[in-house]
Ligand binder design. Structure first.
Ligand code: F6R
Ligand code: MG
Ligand code: MG
Length: 368
C-alpha cells in the first residue's frame, strides 16, 4: 500500500467585502499567511468565491483530523478579527460558536474531504459555489457519474461501464443511504431530485471501491424552529483513468441548472459557471456562481490551479444563465422565483400572519 494523502477543502464566510459580494484582499492574504507553509500540511491553496474563503489543503492526517480542523478554525478566527477591524459585512457570520471542540463540522464552516492513494497521475477538480446550497451538486454529480448523455465513458470505457455507487444523506433526519447505479437510478432520483433535503455526499467507483467525489454536505442544524447552515458548498472530484474525464466532469455546468439560494437565500436561480475573475455575485446578490479549479496532485503537492470556467467554451452557459436570471427576476416575489415557504432563509410570514390574524375569517364557520 502506498502512502495516503488527504485532500481537505474547508470554507467559511467570515465577512463580506462589499456586502455579501466578495472577500477583502487583506483577509485573503491573512488566510494565506496562516495556512501556507504550515508544518501540518504538505501543500495548500487559498482562494475565494463570492464572500466565502476556501482553504484547499493536502496532508497525511486523514479525514476529520482535529489538528487540521483546528488550523482551519484558527485561520477563520484570525480572519474574523481582521474583518471586524475593517468593519466588513457580517463579520464572523459562519462561526456558530466561540469555542472549538475538535471537529469543525456543524460549527458553521463547510467541509469536503477525501483520503486517497494517489494514482500514477491524479487530476482533481475543486468546485466552489456561492449563494446556493449543497444540494446544488446533486444534478451535476448525477450527470457526471450516472448519465450516459453526459459521460460517454459510462457507455464506451470498460473501466467505467459497471457504474458508480452514490452515498446520499438525508439532511433533516441525519441518516444515509447508498445507491448502486445504473440499477438504482430510478430509486435514487426519487430522493436526489429533492436537493433541499437529500444530498449526494460521496461517490465511489464500483469495481475498485475507490472514492471519486466528496461534497461539503453537512447535517442541517435545527435552530429557532428552522433548519439552517446549508449554504455555499464545495465539491472535490477526481478525474480520468476509469473516472469521468475532466471534460465529462465539467460538462454538466454547460447548461446552468436552477438552484436554491440567491438573494437572501430565498430564491431560485441559475448556477452560473465563472472564472475566478468573475466570481463576485452582483445582480440581486447573484446569480449563484460556481468556479472550478483543477490541480494535478503529485505526492500531495497541488500543481495548479487551472481556472476551467474562465474558458470561452463556457461563455454560452453564462449567456444562458443571464437569460434565465432575467426571466426569473420578472416574477419578483412570486414562486417559483421566490422559494417555497418551507425553504426560505428569510420570512416575515409569522409576523404578518400575527398582525392580520383578526382579518382572517374561518370559512368553515361562516355562511358567506
Ligand atoms: C444570500 C446572501 C445575501 C443576503 C442579503 C441580505 O446568501 O448572502 O443575499 O442574504 O444581502 O443580507 P443582510 O440580511 O445581511 O442585509
Ligand atoms: Mg455573506
Ligand atoms: Mg457566501
Amino acid at each position: 500500500m502506498g502512502k495516503k494523502i488527504t485532500l481537505s477543502v474547508i470554507k467559511a464566510d467570515i465577512g463580506g467585502f462589499v456586502g455579501h459580494s466578495s472577500v477583502h484582499p487583506d483577509v485573503l492574504e491573512k488566510a494565506r499567511g496562516m495556512i501556507s507553509g504550515n508544518s501540518l500540511l504538505i501543500d495548500s491553496y487559498v482562494t475565494h468565491v463570492g464572500d466565502d474563503i476556501n482553504l484547499v489543503m493536502t496532508h497525511e492526517h486523514g479525514r476529520n483530523n482535529g489538528e487540521i480542523h483546528q488550523l482551519a478554525w484558527d485561520t477563520f478566527l484570525a480572519c474574523t478579527e481582521m474583518a471586524k477591524r475593517l468593519k466588513l459585512y457580517g463579520a464572523g457570520q459562519d462561526l456558530l460558536s466561540d469555542a472549538f471542540s475538535g471537529n469543525i463540522k456543524g460549527m458553521g464552516p463547510g467541509v469536503a474531504e477525501m483520503e486517497i492513494e494517489e494514482r500514477k497521475s491524479e487530476p482533481v477538480v475543486i468546485f466552489m459555489a456561492d449563494k446556493t446550497e449543497p444540494g446544488a451538486w446533486n444534478l451535476p454529480l448525477y450527470k457526471m457519474f450516472a448519465d450516459p448523455f453526459n459521460t460517454a465513458g459510462l457507455v464506451i470505457d470498460p473501466n467505467m461501464h459497471n457504474g458508480f455507487t452514490f452515498e446520499v444523506r438525508d439532511m433533516i433526519k441525519n441518516r444515509k443511504v447508498t445507491f448502486s447505479c445504473p440499477e438504482d437510478i430510478y430509486d435514487m432520483l426519487v430522493f436526489i431530485g429533492a436537493p433541499g433535503r437529500f444530498c449526494i455526499k460521496r461517490v465511489f467507483h464500483r469495481d475498485t471501491g475507490n472514492i471519486c467525489a466528496s461534497s461539503s454536505t453537512q447535517r442541517l442544524n435545527l435552530m429557532a424552529g428552522r433548519y439552517v447552515g446549508k449554504d455555499d458548498p464545495v465539491l472535490i472530484v477526481r478525474c480520468q483513468s476509469g473516472f469521468p474525464a475532466l471534460g465529462e466532469v465539467l460538462e454538466p455546468f454547460a447548461n446552468p441548472h436552477l438552484v436554491s439560494g440567491w438573494m437572501r437565500g430565498s430564491h431560485s436561480g441559475p448556477l452560473m459557471p465563472v472564472g475566478t475573475n468573475q466570481c463576485n455575485p452582483t445582480r440581486f446578490d447573484g446569480p449563484p456562481r460556481v468556479i472550478a479549479l483543477g490541480f494535478q496532485l503529485a505526492d500531495g503537492k497541488l500543481h495548479g490551479p487551472q481556472d476551467f470556467f474562465a474558458d470561452i467554451s463556457f461563455d454560452k452557459a453564462r449567456e444562458t444563465a443571464n437569460e434565465i436570471a432575467n426571466y426569473l427576476r420578472g416574477l419578483g416575489p412570486f414562486e417559483p422565483h421566490r422559494l417555497h415557504l418551507d425553504e426560505m432563509e428569510y420570512t416575515t410570514m409569522p409576523q404578518v400572519s400575527e398582525k392580520l390574524k383578526s382579518r382572517f375569517i374561518d370559512l368553515r364557520k361562516s355562511s358567506s
